[in-house]
Write a protein that binds this ligand. Structure first.
Ligand code: GS8
Length: 214
């Protein structure tokens, strides 16, 4: 079978979120860069892959999937459904809960910080410290909930690795490149969870791809 194609630059944590899932699910994939500088993401070819003209997009044969979290779920459902615990009503509910928490609590607070610290300066813009400070307050409150959760179980959805953990990987790796890299130090169980995640080959692969030289 031809490898699936994942379109988008590895600079985007929405793209590398998919890489974590593809790696952990053991999927053979090809990364196809999309050049934002030339507006390739808005080209008819790419809009056919993602009608919003955004990255990422995944192609598996005739099927196109977009929205990073939908891509991640598709990869797991097809190749390693145990990462979703779909056969177990209670466990899959916990996976769903923590997938939603990642999107709507964790990354929604973290990504404005990443934009201000990493993306705006790269585009020649100024860092807005007010945005960072407001979102740090939000993120710390979210991390308190994570700390309480991770005192009860090894991973977010329970004592098993799931897509809920993996979906945190790309944005959390970016946090290390900001002045707030030591944020987890105040949350020992979160820190231990993240050390465990960092040791996984799938996470190491994402980290290697995100290095600017790669
Ligand atoms: C967000 C995709 C997105 O914002 C997802 O896939 O999770 N909810 C979507 N992609 C940005 C790149 S930053 O990662 C993008 O493609 N921006 C270009 C644009 O919006 O024109």
């Amino acid at each position: 079978m031809a490898p699936v194609k994942l379109y988008g630059p590895t600079l985007s944590w929405n793209v590398t979120r998919c890489v974590a899932a593809l790696e952990e699910a053991g999927v053979e994939y090809e990364l196809v860069p999309i050049n934002f500088g030339t507006g390739e993401h808005k080209s008819p070819e790419h809009v056919a892959r993602n009608p919003f003209g955004q990255v990422p997009a995944l192609q598996d044969g005739d099927l196109y999937v977009w929205e990073s979290r939908a891509i991640c779920k598709y990869a797991c459902r097809k190749n390693k459904p145990e990462l979703l615990k779909e056969g177990n009503l209670e466990e899959s509910a916990m996976v769903d809960v923590w997938l939603e928490v990642e999107a709507h609590q964790y990354t929604s607070a973290l990504s404005p910080i990443l934009f201000e610290c990493l993306i705006h300066p790269m585009l020649g813009g100024a860092t807005d410290q007010k945005v960072i400070d407001e979102n740090l307050v939000k993120l710390k409150k979210v991390l308190e909930v994570y700390e309480a959760r991770l005192t009860k179980c090894k991973y977010l959805a329970g004592d098993f690795l799931s897509l809920a953990d993996l979906n945190h990987v790309s944005a959390t790796l970016c946090l290390a490149a900001t002045p707030y890299a030591s944020l987890f130090d105040a949350y020992p169980h979160v820190k231990a969870w993240w050390s465990d995640m960092l040791a996984k080959p799938s996470v190491q692969k994402v980290a290697a791809l995100m290095k600017p030289s790669s």
